[in-house]
Ligand binder design. Sequence first.
Ligand code: PEP
Ligand code: MN
Length: 368
Amino acid sequence: MLVVMRVGATPKEIKTTVSAIRRMGLKPNVIPGALRVAIGITGNRGAIARERLEVLPGVAELVPVTKPYKLVSRETKPEDTVVTVGGRHSAVGSRPSKRPSSRKPKAESPKPAVFGANGFAVIAGPCAVESLKGALVVAKAVKAAGACAFRGGAYKPRTSPYSFQGLGRKGLDILRAVREETGLPVVTEAVDPESLEQVARHADMIQIGARNMQNYSLLRLAGQSRRPVLLKRGFSATFEEFLMAAEYILSEGNYQVVLCERGVRTFADYTRSTMDISLVPAVRKISHLPIIADPSHAAGRRDMVPALSRAALAAGAHGLILEVHPEPDRALSDGAQSLTLEGFAELMGSLRRIAAAMGAGPMPNDEG
Ligand code: PEP
Ligand code: MN
């Protein structure tokens, strides 16, 4: 059930309604809107006594939410959610860090990455953080080409226990140094409660990977953190399972969630996964959350990444996350799908032309 407050309802009226919902043993989830506030009610097993809420001052109407997912649904919040990553929002992680190198940082003022507005936001970087030097080379190149955030795994969930598992805490120090030197917000994956705590402290956005999309205790912890979350779709997650995973995060009070289609398992075996492009318009229709695509993990091969990237933009995605490496053949993970620095810059040029033809907003780093 959704309680829609009147336009101009006072803070006191909202507070009274919230208290009334709590007294009924239910959970109020306040959702500020452009025009008016709505309060999503969760936690009920049976029907809700509407008559107790309808009569409260400031309440406009009660709307039943028919979908199993409540807070992620447009029924609850009709207007698009805009997720802002980094910039002044990154108070904890942007403290001066112990730099893992003695070179003097050339600090750049941090600029937030924005997902969900009319623009198209591109996150780019290596699959895994390998060294400070390498990370900086990629970060500077992708920034110059128009990326608005840097990616790089410090904690890597690898299929084989013998593969490179990431630099862990040292990787996070490198990411902080990259942010300090380039001003780009940094996105990195958390794989368990310990790494989530570290990632939330040091990075600007917490990535929950495909393998953990249904790790409900981890989703709850991400929801309790105040960092924006990038939630990737599980290999075989249905549309409903994906949105329900996001619902876990929102139900803990964190509405800053960006969804990511990264390919699903199908019988098509010429790519690593199959990018389910139809998920993009489906999410845009049903949910207010931004949706981006990850053509790198979907394709698993560099040569197909540009075409899938352009398809995602044309289908209405709010952005991309792309793997880029200066020497893909020497990458410690996912080299086969990583674009070269030149390949990335070239792709950004073609995306820019498509965005202009579509009348989409500028890519973030075009604004100067
Ligand atoms: C990654 O982003 O490097 C990654 C492991 O992605 P996924 O969880 O989609 O496999
Ligand atoms: Mn990868």
